[in-house]
Design a protein around this ligand. Structure first.
Ligand code: OFO
Length: 170
């Protein structure tokens, strides 16, 4: 069954939102590099890769459903954060917002009785739980390491070990 016009628009909007997320985390990665936090810069670069994968998952699905992909301008991200804590606070806020967007998509899919999309979006619902939990955990660790440069250095090393593993979406 071809996707409805409303669902097609929602998928296109979410592709843009995921691309914005990618852009935001790439901006954080560059700022972390400037703050000499190489590990955190790596963590956000991997986060960027993940967001691109999220966008591509939606894009490929929209194609599979016979929808038309329309790419739109990506808003410029913020470019300044005073600390790693500020970056992760922003990450937590941002991911909560994205969770809201995904939930709205699921609500729309329910209204449209698009059972295939509901099933597909289930992956994103679960992913958001993980995204929020991970950002929150790192924020907590950074707060514990505040005023303890040695602890921050260790945490930075740990986050430097993160590698990108392409997710299997859907
Ligand atoms: Fe795509 O999960 Fe973050 O934004």
């Amino acid at each position: 069954m071809a996707i409805s016009t409303k669902m097609e628009a929602a998928f296109n909007a979410q592709i843009n939102a995921e691309m914005y997320s990618a852009y935001l985390y790439l901006s954080m990665s560059c700022q972390a590099q400037d703050l000499k936090l190489k590990g955190i810069a790596n963590w956000f670069k991997v986060q960027y890769d993940e967001e691109i994968a999220h966008a591509m998952g939606l894009l490929n699905y929209l194609h599979d459903r016979g929808g038309r992909v329309i790419l739109t301008a990506i808003e410029a991200p913020r470019t300044e954060w005073e600390s790693a804590i500020a970056m992760f606070e922003n990450t937590c806020e941002h991911e909560a917002k994205v969770t809201g967007l995904i939930n709205e998509m699921v609500s729309l899919a329910m209204e449209e009785k698009d059972y295939a999309a509901i099933q597909f979006l289930d992956w994103y619902v679960k992913e958001q739980v993980e995204e929020e939990a991970t950002a929150d955990e790192i924020l907590g660790e950074l707060r514990l390491a505040e005023n303890a440069p040695g602890a921050l250095l260790m945490l930075d090393r740990e986050l430097g070990a993160r590698t990108f593993v392409a997710p299997v979406i859907g």
